[in-house]
Design a protein around this ligand. Sequence first.
Ligand SMILES: Cc1cc2nc3c(=O)[nH]c(=O)nc-3n(C[C@H](O)[C@H](O)[C@H](O)COP(=O)(O)OP(=O)(O)OC[C@H]3O[C@@H](n4cnc5c(N)ncnc54)[C@H](O)[C@@H]3O)c2cc1C
Length: 286
Amino acid sequence: MELKERFVLRPKTTMRIGGIARYFAELMTKDDAEAALQYSGKQQLKFLPLGSGSNTIFADEVNALVVQVKHTITDVAGDMVTVGAGKNLAMLINELALLGLNLSALTGIPGTVGGAIFGNAGQGPKGVWIDSFVESVTVFDGAWKTLSQSECAFRYRESVFKDSEKPLLIWEAVLKLPKADPVAIKTTIETLLKKRIETQPHLKTAGSCFKAIGQTPAWKLIDAAGLRGYKVGGIEVSPKHANFLINVGEATYADAVSVVEAVQEKIPENLEVEMRFVEPDGTLRF
Ligand SMILES: Cc1cc2nc3c(=O)[nH]c(=O)nc-3n(C[C@H](O)[C@H](O)[C@H](O)COP(=O)(O)OP(=O)(O)OC[C@H]3O[C@@H](n4cnc5c(N)ncnc54)[C@H](O)[C@@H]3O)c2cc1C
């Protein structure tokens, strides 16, 4: 495992916000994962797993060891797929489509398999989430463990991985997929991508910033509070989709925090912050 010191995180996030991590490492093997966790323990540094940064932004200086799982090996046996947490989700969906295995319900969600499992990624509260395909997940938290689907405690945008105080490094997952005609899967993928292009901004964003607690979608609450298009510094509440924050210039972490606080002030109930805001000490802001 190669440790990089004072690593610039910005290019690792789709929103292009983030300063410097005290240490950064890419984890290719289980030995790398073990060495990295041991190092963070010795140095008393937070151990922060990062996928492809599509739901995460960082403060200007982060005193932590940020790690990225680069295990992407995919093994297919019938309808069972074992896949490394570092695998890009879109790539997996497309590769499986060619084999007649249907993961198309998750089309258009950026990020890695690990990030998707962590946040139980899916298409909205009533849609399909990744948990409906998960058979088991292998994690490392000082010991290697394989959790069954029920042990993952998946709920809407939640999981045991998100609940855990101690970081659980997601290493690989076993998915069970329905079979379908490859041409039909490809058509579904194209339809879902087209819908996304029409309804979501394709700019520097981290996707949905808030999660609604009640029945009213977050974007509707934000819209009703008159915050569509609200701007602080380089951060704007997207005019196209009011639950997306976009980086319209040289936005800073502080700009993004200010916008979230303004939304929270106007809408004190019914919203939780979904996006991951990593503070200087490696903890989460919201
Ligand atoms: C344009 C756009 C549209 C989006 N649409 C959707 C959508 O429809 N549905 C949806 O659910 N999400 C959506 N998102 C949000 C985001 O894509 C998902 O949350 C995605 O699953 C995050 O994956 P990632 O690899 O980028 O995770 P990151 O942002 O890198 O990390 C997210 C969290 O997962 C943790 N994590 C990542 N990898 C691991 C690992 N290997 N082990 C342990 N923890 C890990 C991180 O610590 C972090 O807390 C969207 C984002 C964008 C930018």
